[in-house]
Ligand binder design. Structure first.
Ligand code: ADP
Ligand code: ASP
Ligand code: MG
Length: 452
């Protein structure tokens, strides 16, 4: 059971979590394995910690310290509301020790004006460490047998800081050693998502939104019956609710559809979440922690659903790179050199379209854009267009009905389309357009396909 940032934002939200977990366990047969609970940092805390790291990098020790202090106060206030007596004292002491250590580290980094990726991960990990400690204590206070487990002792990754890649074998070994005895003793492990460590014990993180991924990894290792992602919406919706007014809940999705939607911008699921679930064929359910009785979205190997479409997704603020061959190479040599540049710059490409002499790709990570352009310019002409967006139409059975594509194009009438592609999976149509047109494009597609 994974609870996101808004589901643990304050004492009321955490009390809802206690009730949801209690109801889950009460509904299970006596003596069955208790749930494992994974929590994100409190809403906005990861953003605050990233800002702290930025202040340290710019040498602004005073603002970094002030921010650490604000974060400590917010956590302590919640801890005091949820716990009492000795437990409150112990929890506040643990939080103070944690944030004091953070404050000292940030002070040193600010003096040096240097924050390495490893320092960055150590700083942002504080969010999940603190939230998970508070939730574990709240469980105990409410007579739910919660045991705090430091997820860095379970989740093992490589050393690629900020986007670390899990080592499933090592993680599953640790899960058996560290978590299985806790659940066997009828205790509920409470852990932070998103954070992990290398095999040498150096703190790493899985990338923004990575708590979903942590939960799926633990779930696969422990071979659980279901992976539940508790969040602030009623499930996977037919479109991003921040873009399209009143989208509907999709009751059932396939693993492939959910992966595709997450990859193309449906933030409710981290794009890697489905992988561990697929490996063990474990259903994933997305649920609303404010409306726990609602059925949510169930994700399984096959979607049992009427209709050809699952949902729409959009990924905003992407960059299109047009690369035109200066014809020094044959087409195959051109493509090889082109993708080698992206590989060297460790930058993933999302959408690709080609014509005889030119290739267009979209990237969402522009940190290495200058290096990419420099590398490509050695053998091609390059044009870069920022502020674009990818709009995707997703459904396993899209290809069963050839009229779907035509209806999408008609709905997008007069909106300039920069790139158009259909993935070989044939479960996604992708349109790349100016970010300024996203709302209009998504609303029109939603009206065309999901209007009552
Ligand atoms: P959490 O903190 O629980 O992990 P996130 O903010 O990461 O929550 O994800 C939930 C948010 O995802 C929703 O509030 C919504 O704004 C956004 N979202 C984008 N696309 C979709 C979609 N298709 N269905 C549901 N939510 C979506
Ligand atoms: N707290 C982390 C973030 O904000 C991870 C997560 O919430 O899933 O990105
Ligand atoms: Mg999330």
């Amino acid at each position: 059971m994974k609870f996101g940032g808004t589901s643990v934002a304050d004492a009321d939200a955490m009390t809802r979590v206690v009730n949801i977990v209690r109801r889950q366990w009460d509904s299970q047969p006596k003596g069955s394995r208790p749930p494992v609970v994974v929590v994100s940092a409190l809403s906005k805390v990861t953003d605050g910690l990233i800002r702290t790291a930025e202040f340290a990098r710019s040498g602004d020790a005073a603002r970094a310290a002030a921010l650490v202090n604000d974060l400590l106060e917010r956590h302590i206030a919640i801890a005091r509301t949820l716990t009492s007596h000795q437990r409150a004292g112990d929890l506040v002491k643990a939080l103070r020790a944690q944030f004091d250590e953070l404050g000292a580290a940030v002070g040193l980094l600010a003096a040096r004006r240097e924050v390495t990726p490893s320092n960055h991960d150590a700083i942002v990990a504080m969010g999940e460490l603190a939230s998970s400690r508070i939730v574990a204590a709240a469980f105990q206070e409410q007579q739910l047998p919660g045991t705090w487990v430091d997820s860095r002792e379970v989740l093992v990754t490589d050393g690629e800081h900020m986007v670390a890649v899990p080592d499933m074998d090592a993680t599953c070994r640790h899960a058996t050693q560290r978590l299985a005895p806790v659940t066997a003793a009828q205790q509920i492990p409470v852990m932070g998502g998103f954070i992990a460590a290398t095999k040498d014990g150096v703190t790493t993180t899985l990338g923004r939104g990575g708590s979903d991924y942590s939960a799926a990894i633990f779930g696969a290792c422990l071979d659980v019956e279901e992976i539940q992602i508790w969040t602030d919406v009623d499930g996977m919706l037919t479109a991003d609710p921040r873009v399209v007014p009143s989208p509907r809940v999709v009751p059932h999705l396939s693993f492939a559809e959910a992966s595709e939607l997450a990859y193309f911008g449906a933030k409710v699921l981290h794009p890697a979440t489905i992988l561990p679930a697929v490996s063990k064929n474990i259903p994933v359910r997305i649920l609303n922690s404010r409306q726990p009785a609602n059925p949510g979205t169930l994700i399984t190997a096959d979607a049992r659903r009427e209709g050809h479409l699952a949902a729409l997704a959009c990924k905003r603020d992407v960059t299109v790179i047009d690369i035109t061959s200066t014809r020094m190479f044959g087409a195959h040599g051109f493509l090889r050199r082109l993708f080698e540049v992206f590989e060297r710059c460790k930058t993933a490409v999302d959408v690709v379209t080609t014509s005889e002499v030119s290739v267009s790709v979209t990237v969402d990570d522009t940190r290495k854009l200058d290096d990419i352009v420099k590398g490509l310019t050695e053998f091609s002409e390059v044009e870069v267009e920022p502020k674009m967006a990818i709009v995707s139409v997703v459904g396993d059975r899209l290809h069963d009905d050839p009229s779907v594509f035509a209806r999408a194009i008609v709905a997008l009438d007069r909106i300039p389309l920069r790139l158009v592609s259909q993935a070989s999976s044939r479960r996604t149509f992708t349109f790349v357009l100016d970010d300024a047109h996203v709302q209009d494009a998504m609303t029109r597609l939603h009206n065309a396909f999901f209007a009552d």
